[in-house]
Ligand binder design. Sequence first.
Ligand code: FAD
Ligand code: FES
Ligand code: FES
Length: 481
Amino acid sequence: MISNIISFVHNNRIIEIKNPDPNETLLNYIRTQLKKTGTKEGCAEGGCGACTVILCDFKNNQMNYRAVNSCITFLPTLQGKQLILVEDLISKDGSLHPVQEAMVKFHGSQCGFCTPGFVMSLFSMFKNNSKFKDETIKDTIAGNLCRCTGYSPIIKAAKSLKNKKKIDHFTKNENNTLKLIKKINTKSIAIFKEEKKYFAPRYLEELKKILKKNNDSDFLSGGTDLSLNVTKKRKDINSIIYLNSVKELNYIKNDNSYIEVGASTPLIDFEIYIKEYYPDFTKILKRYGSPQIRNVGTIAGNIATASPIGDCLPLLLSLNAEIVLQDLKKTKTLLLNKFFISYRQTKLKKGQFIHSIKIPLVENNIFKAYKVSKRFDDDISSVCAAFNFKIVKNKIEDIKIAYGGMAAIPKRATHCEKILLKSLFTEKIINKAKDALDEDFKPIGDMRASGQYRMQVAKNLLEKLYVEVKQKKIIGIYAQN
Ligand SMILES: Cc1cc2nc3c(=O)[nH]c(=O)nc-3n(C[C@H](O)[C@H](O)[C@H](O)COP(=O)(O)OP(=O)(O)OC[C@H]3O[C@@H](n4cnc5c(N)ncnc54)[C@H](O)[C@@H]3O)c2cc1C
Ligand code: FES
Ligand code: FES
């Protein structure tokens, strides 16, 4: 069934919106149409967390409470989900939710502007985890900024939740919510609003049909990049094809020779999965934006954006990943190394989309990745580096090194690789390889770092890698390490 009516669950009932503006943000709708003003706008670009709400769906046989930034979520993507706002946390009898009680008890709020966002992030932690370790708490609130209370009281409030009963009115009502979600989760969406179009197909075949007539559309995945054209650049996006509604594109497969990740798989799912194979990939993803960003953002979106500082890109390049591109007629597999042409230019053609990403699994290789940014959490890299290599009898075999932030595109350090390949793994050769980076890159300066700083960091990371591998210990870049 194809419809122009968006249906979602809110406060135990189904709400329908007929033919909404595809560029309207969820935040705008919440504040102006639902008239719920607890959810705040701070930055309008996913960076402060003041607008955090919960979108809940049913996945792997359980309710999945995901914190998202409503300021960069387009309203039609609400289709088929449950929306939970800060106002909904209070029970019918007026009692506060355990998360709210804890924030009050531990004085987690002063001016209160950031508080609804923190409450919603902590609510998602409360619902999705059984243990609230220090690491889980820090990760949970990494995307929420507070300018006056400070984080200690908020962290204390979060820690106190471990003694609270997990059953709240959402748990009690889950069966009913699930029934409502199942009822509305059966339609594809096609909206034609003045000159704007929006499609949310549910199947690949449907997607192809839409592409046939609308191959000038922008693909929308998590929207953590695309939506900023509307919220920051004040532009309209006239035709959108939403890929995250296609369930066939949301998967992770493993055939022991490579891991295949479907294009609409959220980063947060991949981050958990990849830990067993490449723990450093998870380490980098933990510092990628915030949970709100990773709950919806995708690797495919990161690749298509082709930012020189896209964090997945040097990691995927050093792992020699391939991407599967699909258009109306055919699929084609391409080495990621051949995909980036120049600054934010790729080989992606009109009407072609990234179907999946294939990451080789190589036994006995060492894979290490580092991100250096001005701030530890929720910040874009100044330099990101990834090293994938094998050492046999102290000789370097099969080395692949890639850097982000060092050129107009994320790029392999081929001169550096050449020096290291088939050499003994010694300090002397590492020093030579560091010099070779001058041939590989001529980094520019910008607001994040000067070109000189970037080059020094790139060389230092190579040295850090050497020391860590030799001494089998981790040298922290930040105090937090
Ligand atoms: C607050 C904030 C923090 C961030 N932090 C980081 C960070 O730490 N590191 C980092 O690397 N990035 C970061 N980003 C950038 C952004 O989150 C990533 O680039 C993200 O991976 C984009 O994925 P998405 O699914 O949201 O893409 P979208 O925004 O949906 O799309 C991005 C672009 O890719 C295209 N596209 C999407 N999917 C496909 C597909 N399957 N096939 C073809 N084209 C496609 C879209 O048309 C669009 O041009 C941050 C962004 C924000 C707002
Ligand atoms: S308003 Fe700052 S993240 Fe949405
Ligand atoms: S309480 Fe004022 S910004 Fe956090």
